[in-house]
Design a protein around this ligand. Structure first.
Ligand code: WAQ
Ligand code: MG
Length: 281
């Protein structure tokens, strides 16, 4: 039975948003955000503490934790399905990820802007941004109000049973990792907003798999979206600027609590052609 996180009559069922951000000399090193029930909060905190201390980029000199009870209504949803497209190195991965964005009606300009900005450090001082950039799907213009910081999505997570189901699903399709799990919950929440597609790869120098996520194609992973050892990473949310009220868009991304209640079956790693076949007709 799915546990009812909203049932507040029992003290222990109250749920919390947990956020961590770590920095050195004011430079962002790592961050994380999740939703947890009260009895998972302390192990969650310890986990995020070790994450902050073990990041490939360096030791933080400041770590902030924020814990807030979630009092607003929660949105429940199914996860995006996972696909992995097999590719032959960096250029092939970039080419195929770009084609996928193109299929989602994102202009060439916008696609090039996203790849260029993420790979060269998307903030004006050429560092990684703490949050996501917004890119207009037609003009390729950057739309987020703060180009240094970007917008950080938070308040997303899994019901306990869904978390277990995801573990089983990941094993079934032969993919692993905590990063993937967190990225799935973020990408699923983002796909519920006016975002047409998301492009992401990690800022961790050792983690080269990235993804393109959208409602239409789900969460599509591409190995080698960046070179091993490269510290640049980031997230671009593509949206139609003329049809999006930025204030409510940002409020949704930052404030609305979204919990994944069931896991949509995904697919084992496949070729680009096999991937495309699924969407013919
Ligand atoms: N909201 C918005 N942007 C974020 C957030 C957030 N909550 N968290 C991270 N970012 C941005 C920020 O610019 C980071 O530098 C960048 O994304 C990368 O973050 O195998 O681990 O946490 O399928 O390094 C994707 C592939 C892993 C997983 C992504 O991102 C897989 C990852 P990281
Ligand atoms: Mg992260």
């Amino acid at each position: 039975m799915v546990k009812d996180y909203t049932k507040k009559s029992e003290r222990d069922w109250v749920i919390y948003s947990l956020r961590m951000r770590a920095s050195r000399d004011g430079m962002h090193i790592s961050g994380a955000e999740k939703i947890l029930p009260k009895d998972k909060l302390s192990s969650g905190l310890v986990g995020l503490f070790s994450r902050a201390m073990d990041h490939g980029i360096g030791n933080p000199d400041e770590i902030h934790f924020t814990i807030e009870e979630i009092k607003d209504e929660i949105l429940y949803t199914d996860s995006l399905p996972i696909s992995t497209v097999l590719t032959d190195g960096l250029e092939d991965s970039k080419g195929k990820a770009s084609k996928l964005l193109n299929l989602l009606c994102i202009s060439e300009k916008a696609i090039i802007r996203a790849f260029d900005d993420i790979s060269s450090g998307a903030s004006p001082d050429r560092m990684n941004m703490r949050g996501a950039m917004f890119i207009d799907i037609d003009s390729g213009e950057r739309l987020e109000p703060d180009h240094y910081r970007g917008v950080r999505v938070s308040r997303m997570g899994f019901l306990l049973e869904a978390e277990e189901a995801l573990r089983i699903e990941m094993e079934r399709v032969g993919v692993y990792g905590q990063r993937l799990k967190e990225a799935i919950s973020l990408a699923t929440k983002v796909s519920m907003s006016k975002t047409v597609a998301e492009l992401c790869w990690s800022d961790n120098p050792d983690y080269t798999t990235g993804y393109v996520a959208s409602k239409r194609h789900g969460y599509v992973r591409f190995p080698d979206l960046k070179k091993e050892g490269d510290m640049a990473g980031g997230r671009a949310f593509f949206l139609k600027g003329s049809e999006t009220d930025l204030n409510s868009y940002i409020t949704f991304l930052q404030e609305k609590a979204v919990l994944i209640r069931s896991i949509t079956p995904g697919f084992s790693p496949c070729t680009w052609e096999e991937f495309l076949k699924r969407y013919e007709d």
